[in-house]
Design a protein around this ligand. Structure first.
Ligand SMILES: *Cc1c(COP(=O)(O)O)cnc(C)c1O
Length: 422
């Protein structure tokens, strides 16, 4: 190998200093990657169900699921078996051909939702990007009107492409990326008057999350959502619901909009859709079909045989094993137990959420508590500076839930005691 390298000038093996094992990943990440993430000094190398192992052999209870991705836990057997079978058949073909897995997945998604048509892509941002493009084109091509503006909400998160970061209601994701695309307005969540005054003869759509996830785990007010739907109907605006984090059983229904007795015109999925295999989807009602035609939108990797097989197996498992129902029950249990354990803790201000998307709002920043959790073998994340966010897999057992609660309540009790002393 070394001789060959000298002859060709090619480096055929990962250089030693960039592939150090046992350094928690710090060395590797620091040297060859753009520094877009603040990484913890842990390298996870194996996962099974609710559990993860690092390269030092430490075991962790996973209460974050790669940010609401591994909703069936790590390496769920049903999905794994389907993926392995597909690996032996066919990985990739162009969308210039029929892809049976893709068509079956679209049919199963539409049979279980208010949507009639699906476009597949690879990520959440791409799914929202497709929704924005569809809303604009529907107005121009189908309704024949010059409307392109999208209204979104403060504290929202819709992705990192130029259009979706512009749609996002948080300044920090926009910093340094000017000039941003035109046609996006942001109003305070829950403020109907502000929303009404933002609607103009340029408005094409309103886009929102039903639980603002990255923004701090804030469930939407049901009455407000009904008013938004009514406003959309009144002005013929499209209601786009970003279900990228709330979808695929996370909130206790397959899709979170089912809790509210309303239907979106468009909704988007990604995170939990493929159990960790990258796939996104934009789903819409029948009236939107004619807005897209051959060549108007596309994606090389959108809906490959492999990705759609992973999503099909995920969705079939969720449906046959009533996974959303299990998530609702485990979510109610977790919420009740957290309320009990954290009652009277002065550091904890509120426990809120829906299903298995739970936020614990604290009096002060909680970043260091995440690392304390890691030291005690439990992984969770934040949502904004003061909120601990729990996103366990939807098949979490009561015993696992209790293990997580014990560590969390211990950490929060210690924090409360420190606050009293200082
Ligand atoms: C994660 C997320 C996105 C972006 O998804 P990516 O796959 O990271 O592009 C968009 N909207 C919501 C609500 C999300 O949680």
């Amino acid at each position: 190998m070394a001789d060959n390298t000298q002859q060709t000038g090619l480096v055929t093996e990962v250089p030693q200093e960039r592939g150090v094992q046992g350094d928690g990943g710090a060395n590797r990440a620091a040297q060859s990657l753009f520094p877009t993430y603040a990484r913890y000094p842990i390298a996870l190398v194996k996962g099974e169900g609710s559990w993860l192992w690092d390269d030092q052999g430490n075991k962790y209870l996973d209460l974050m699921c790669g940010l609401a991705v591994t909703n069936l836990g790590h390496s769920p057997k049903a999905v794994r078996d389907q993926l392995v079978a597909q690996l032996d058949e066919l990985w990739h073909v162009s969308n210039l051909f029929h892809i049976p897995n893709q068509e079956r997945l679209a049919a199963l998604l539409t049979a279980n939702s208010c949507a009639n048509h699906v476009f597949f892509c690879n990520s959440g941002a791409e799914a929202n990007e497709a929704a924005i493009k569809l809303a604009r084109r529907y107005n121009k091509k189908v309704l024949g009107r010059d409307r392109y503006e999208m209204i979104t909400f403060e504290r929202s998160f819709h992705g990192r492409t130029l259009a979706t970061l512009t749609a996002t209601g948080q300044e920090k994701v926009k910093e340094g990326f000017d000039p941003l695309p035109q046609g996006f307005l942001t109003v305070p969540m829950g403020d109907l008057d502000a929303l009404k005054s933002a609607v103009s003869d340029k408005t094409a759509a309103i886009m929102l999350e039903l639980v603002q996830a990255e923004g701090g785990v804030h469930p939407i007010d049901s009455g407000f959502l009904q008013q938004v739907r009514a406003l959309c109907d009144e002005h013929d605006l499209l209601l786009i619901i970003d279900e990228i984090q709330t979808g695929m059983g996370r909130t206790g229904k397959l899709f979170a909009y089912e809790h509210y007795g309303i239907e979106p015109d468009i909704f988007t999925l990604a995170k939990g859709l493929g159990s960790g295999f990258p796939i996104g989807a934009m789903l819409g009602k029948a009236k939107l079909k004619e807005a897209f035609s051959a060549g108007s939108h596309g994606s090389t990797f959108g809906g490959t045989p492999l990705a759609t097989r992973a999503a099909l197996a995920t969705l079939e498992t969720m449906l046959t094993e009533s996974v959303p129902q299990q998530a609702a029950e485990t979510g109610a249990y977790l919420m009740k137990r957290l309320d009990e354990e954290l009652a009277g803790n002065p550091f904890v201000k509120q426990v809120r959420g829906q299903g298995l998307m739970i936020g614990i709002e604290c009096a002060k920043p909680v970043g260091e508590l995440v690392e304390e959790g890691q030291r005690q073998g439990v992984l969770f994340v934040t949502a904004g500076p003061n909120v601990i966010r729990l996103l366990p897999n939807l098949l979490l057992t009561r015993e696992e839930a209790e293990q997580g609660i014990a560590v969390l309540s211990g950490i929060l009790a210690k924090k409360a005691a420190e606050a009293v002393q200082s």
